[in-house]
Design a protein around this ligand. Structure first.
Ligand SMILES: C[C@@](CO)(OP(=O)(O)O)[C@H](O)COP(=O)(O)OP(=O)(O)OC[C@H]1O[C@@H](n2ccc(N)nc2=O)[C@H](O)[C@@H]1O
Ligand SMILES: Nc1ncnc2c1ncn2[C@@H]1O[C@H](COP(=O)(O)OP(=O)(O)O)[C@@H](O)[C@H]1O
Length: 268
């Protein structure tokens, strides 16, 4: 069985409160984009994992695909699989690529073993893997609060809009990015802004990580400015960086981003 775990972007990201468990409460829109990894699992005599494509830092035993297997195996004693992840989504990039791999692994193992888990049950397992993971179970645009696992429907469709994602090859650790932010309650009604016209977003829909990271990494700031110069209706860094996205009505010329990792396409 093969699946294609996709990235997400954060449209607006308020970091509203530091919690007693060390995490932060956030408010954001998570929106899926079709920049995808490839994840294959086939039944095997022993459990194994290999990855190709972009090199993944850290010990392969800590890969979220394997963690997903162990999580389900603890409870359901599932048979071993051979896993192959072809990594395409930039890492430490605010795109949630690792989280998507983990969540898709849960969904695949549920299907392959006919575990019959509900969406809520899979989201529960995904929350144990990481704050961003549960979103990828349903994988549709939502308004997110809590540490990233509380979902509220959002009447927002960007279907047909053209999106450009530019990653300047900088790996930013999520933990470090959070430690550089002073949590502040939302000063605007983010959910309402998101459901108003996209033309209202520039300057109003804000990612709280930008304040510190755009200063520390001028290249991120420059990419954001260049997307606006190219006519973006809205541009922002996603998550804890370092990827920047721009939303356009039409395709744009990407020739001045050749030194970066770039993905573009229509939003669903
Ligand atoms: C910032 C966001 C925004 O969507 O995305 P990315 O930039 O990572 O894609 C997420 O909150 C990232 O979620 P995720 O990448 O799953 O983080 P986790 O593995 O759960 O946590 C890594 C570390 O980040 C910090 N953390 C994470 C989530 C959260 N709501 N509060 C936190 O303080 C904690 O220090 C934690 O130890
Ligand atoms: N399947 C995976 N793909 C990418 N990173 C993974 C994966 N499994 C575990 N990780 C770890 O997660 C960290 C970054 O996760 P990623 O989702 O790419 O970043 P971000 O949180 O910025 O979206 C990496 O440092 C890596 O060691």
């Amino acid at each position: 069985m093969i699946t294609f775990p996709n990235a997400k972007i954060n449209i607006g990201l308020g970091i509203t409160e530091k919690r007693s468990d060390g995490f932060h409460n956030i408010a954001s829109c998570f929106y899926p984009v079709n920049w995808c990894d490839m994840l294959e699992m086939i039944p095997a005599k022993t459990l194994s994992f290999q990855s190709t494509g972009i090199e993944i830092p850290g010990n392969p035993d800590g890969n979220l695909c394997l963690k997903a297997y162990h999580l389900l195996n603890e409870k359901y004693d599932i048979p071993p699989v051979q896993m192959h992840l072809h990594k395409i989504i930039p890492i430490g990039a605010g795109l949630g690529g690792g989280s998507a791999d983990g969540a898709f692994a849960i969904k695949m193992l549920n299907d392959m073993n006919q575990l019959g888990l509900s969406i809520e049950e899979m989201e529960g397992f995904a929350t144990e893997l990481g704050s961003d993971c549960p979103f990828f179970i349903e994988n549709k645009p939502v308004y997110v609060t809590g540490r990233g696992e509380v979902f509220d429907t959002l009447d927002l469709s960007l279907e047909g809009k053209y999106i450009v994602l530019v990653n300047p090859n900088i790996h930013i650790s999520t933990k470090e990015a959070y430690s550089g932010v002073t949590p502040t309650p939302l000063s605007v009604d983010l959910k309402q802004l998101l459901t108003s016209s996209i033309n209202e977003w520039k300057g109003n829909v804000v990612n709280d990580f930008e304040h510190s990271l755009l200063k520390n990494y001028p290249v991120i700031d420059n990419i954001k400015k260049s997307l606006y110069q190219k006519g973006a209706i809205y541009a922002s860094m996603t998550g804890s960086g370092s990827t920047v996205f721009g939303i356009f009505d039409d395709e744009i010329d990407l020739s001045n981003y050749t030194e970066y990792m770039v993905w573009s396409g229509k939003l669903d």
